[in-house]
Design a binder for this molecule. Structure first.
Ligand code: SAM
Length: 271
């Protein structure tokens, strides 16, 4: 069968990603992403996780849910909006910015990529030779990611994996940069997830996480704590995630605090 230019290029990221997978992984690629979970495996059935696996939320996530929910949680209009947040992610990860003449040919992992919104923003900071991999457990989120990610001239390869963020299916020291936005508070074991992110980073590689933050004031603390418990979303204390990075060998740890979110980043000790 003849392949158009798009089809020829589309298979390339999957082959590059397959080289990064642990030896035991045997993915199916029928849905346009590498599926390592198969039919049965879904994360714990909390209210929030069910929404991520539904058909409705992934469809409205990027245009409605994400900008409204996250911008409010970051203290709109004072906190960074989506574009500023993406620029911070690229900066903290040592990537370039869109339009920069020189961007690194980095290999980047976006953990809990959802519909690929942040994955594509990261790709805009990577040179054409680079590779950006989005990993998520939700089929419906990944369907959106695949549908909205088109190869374009001059842009890094982008591909998707269906896998478990708490047990990353990649070889040690595979990535120059790892990003995890809006995922850590959903994982059943966020600390094991951070262990895995440190493991798959190359020495000297960078990590950035955007996650929840339990507010300090008692009434807000009570209300947010109650709502998050109902939804099955973990709220992290001030400094908790930063300390976890330091315990895992990260240096230059920095964070930005918002009303109910925090961005935390660091560099894995190494050359
Ligand atoms: C709120 S979305 C975040 C999407 C995107 N990163 C962003 O910042 O907008 C959270 C994603 O985490 C995924 N997720 C939750 N638990 C997961 C797990 N254990 N492994 C992989 N993905 C998971 C959900 O399927 C969902 O797509």
């Amino acid at each position: 069968m003849a392949h158009g230019p798009d089809e020829g290029r589309r298979s390339e990221p999957r082959a590059r990603i397959a080289e990064l997978l642990t030896a035991s992984a045997e993915p199916s690629a029928d849905a346009g992403y590498l599926d390592l979970l198969g039919p049965d495996a879904e994360p714990a059935p909390t209210v929030a996780q069910r929404a991520m696996q539904s058909t409705l939320l992934p469809r409205i996530y990027e245009r409605v849910w994400r900008p409204v929910g996250f911008n409010l949680a970051k203290g709109w209009p004072f906190g960074p909006d989506t574009a500023a947040e993406h620029a911070m992610a690229r900066d903290w990860l040592g990537l370039g910015q869109p339009g920069d003449r020189s961007r690194p040919a980095a290999t980047v992992l976006d953990v809990a990529c959802g519909p690929g919104n942040v994955t594509r923003a990261l790709a805009a900071g990577v040179a054409e030779d680079g590779l950006v991999v989005g990993l998520d457990a939700s089929r419906t989120m990944l369907e959106q990611a695949v549908a909205h990610t088109r190869p374009s001239p001059g842009r890094a390869d982008v591909g998707y994996v269906r896998g478990n963020a708490v047990d990353l299916p990649f070889r040690d020291a595979s990535f120059d940069a790892v990003c995890c936005f809006g995922g850590l508070y959903l994982f059943d074991n966020p600390w094991a997830a951070l262990d895995g992110m440190a493991r798959v980073l190359k020495p000297g590689g960078r990590l950035v996480v955007l996650t929840s933050r339990l507010p300090g004031l008692p009434p807000a603390r009570f209300g947010v704590g109650l709502l998050s418990a109902l939804l099955g979303v973990r709220m992290f204390g001030d400094g908790e995630v930063a300390r976890a990075l330091e315990e895992r060998g990260f240096t230059d740890v920095r964070r930005s605090r918002y009303p109910v979110m925090q961005m935390v980043g660091g560099r894995l000790d190494g050359p």
